[in-house]
Design a protein around this ligand. Structure first.
Ligand SMILES: *Cc1c(COP(=O)(O)O)cnc(C)c1O
Length: 387
């Protein structure tokens, strides 16, 4: 069955019945007999779809777990109240005191902060490596345990060669964990490219409507056992309403991503031709250094792009002047966004840019591209006229 068809059928209850799995709210699950209670407790040891107690999720969350495991190609998927909680849960499951980690330098900011502020307390250290790395040998130490990847990288979209990097990591016995929020299980499946664990902040495209917070961890092999165990032991869980909203978002994931991609590419092409713009960062542009690898490993790009503006352009005034782009954190909803960003100057894609260069991260929503471009044009005209 094609992936698009599966999106429409994930978790459908038996018939006659509703088209969507209902929101089932429960802490206690009642049994008529002690034997039934005992059998359920035993069955849940090996099967996450057993309805046993609210903390292990009800049928609503179970339907979502199955859908995400299938999207990501995982042996299983586990759910968390935010994307950062999913990242923290995966790291806590896989890392031991004294371990050393390798983080790609373009990693999502909060992932690095978690290592700095929490894992450091447990004697876990890390080094950064460049996104273009395919041979990890120079970075591996005796106590290196895990490699964290994210492709394309947060905010600057450097593309990683995951098959090559995973081969290098596995030759050294390392676990590879991917932040797959960009691809969200649709554009890219890190588990099929060699990674052991794939994390999605479902807050972004899975929910897709700027009204859900959630995260998932999908995994294969030994890593799946470790994540599953740690998730249950630490009481992680996703509320039924959030699970319902995420599954509803997933129904239209393919269609929405198609439009997000078209709109982002239209904005990228238009901005690239503007005199106010020094550079457009977007892996779907043929001139992007990672374009060929991304084409090989993924089925498209999403609505994100970052734009480096020429010196002297007042980007803050530009953003204030935009009518259709809201200013705010997050992305992946139906709406267009713009936000000033300042990624570390150590990132290779930014080398050679003047210190004062101003960068704006845009998320192209589902509006008509012509309206978005007209809004940008009006905003740019307003700030250049003033200057
Ligand atoms: C947003 C985001 C997260 C964190 O998700 P939250 O739901 O906000 O905690 C993690 N990784 C990436 C790449 C993200 O964009």
């Amino acid at each position: 069955m094609k992936r698009e068809t599966k999106l429409c059928h994930y978790g459908q209850p038996s018939r006659p019945g509703p088209a969507n799995p209902p929101v089932v709210r429960a802490s206690t699950i009642l049994h008529d007999t002690v034997a039934s209670y005992r059998a359920t407790k035993a069955a849940r040891e090996t099967d996450d779809s057993v309805l046993s107690y609210g903390r292990r999720g009800t049928t609503t969350a179970h339907a979502l777990m199955e859908a995400i495991a299938d999207l990501e190609g995982g042996e299983g998927a586990w759910l968390y109240p935010t994307g950062v909680a999913a990242i923290a849960a995966a790291l806590m499951a896989l890392v031991r005191p004294g371990d050393h980690l390798l983080l790609v330098e373009t990693i999502f900011g909060a992932t690095r902060t978690y290592c700095d502020k929490v894992l450091a307390e447990f004697g876990v250290s890390y080094d950064l490596y460049p996104a273009a790395t395919t041979d990890l040998t120079p970075y591996i130490r005796d106590n290196t345990r895990l490699v964290f990847v994210e492709t394309p990288g947060s905010q600057t979209y450097e593309v990683m060669d995951l098959p090559a990097l995973c081969a290098s990591a596995h030759a050294a016995g390392l676990i590879v964990v991917a932040d797959n929020t960009y691809g969200s299980g649709w554009l890219c499946q890190p588990l099929t490219l060699g990674c052991d664990v794939s994390i999605i902040a479902g807050t972004k495209y899975l929910g897709g409507h700027a009204d859900v917070m959630m995260g998932s961890v999908s995994a294969r092999g030994e890593a799946a056992d470790l994540v599953r165990k740690a998730t249950h032991l630490s009481g992680q869980s996703l509320a039924p309403d959030e699970a319902y909203a995420t599954l509803r978002g997933i129904r239209t994931l393919a269609l929405r991503l198609e439009r997000h991609e078209q709109n982002a590419l239209a904005l990228a092409a238009w901005l690239d031709a503007r005199p106010e713009v020094l550079r457009v960062l977007h892996p779907g542009l043929p001139g992007h250094p990672g374009h060929e690898i991304w084409k090989r490993d993924a089925s498209g790009s999403n609505g994100l792009l970052s734009v480096v503006f020429a010196l002297g352009i007042d980007t803050e005034a530009l953003l204030d002047n935009l009518q259709l782009f809201g200013v705010g954190s997050s992305w992946g909803g139906f709406e267009s966004l713009a936000m000033p960003i300042a990624p570390e100057r150590s990132r290779p894609s930014l080398m050679g840019l003047p210190e004062e260069a101003q960068i704006v991260r845009f998320h192209a929503g589902l509006e008509h591209a012509e309206d978005l471009i007209a809004d940008l044009e009006a905003g740019l005209t307003a700030v250049t006229a003033k200057g």
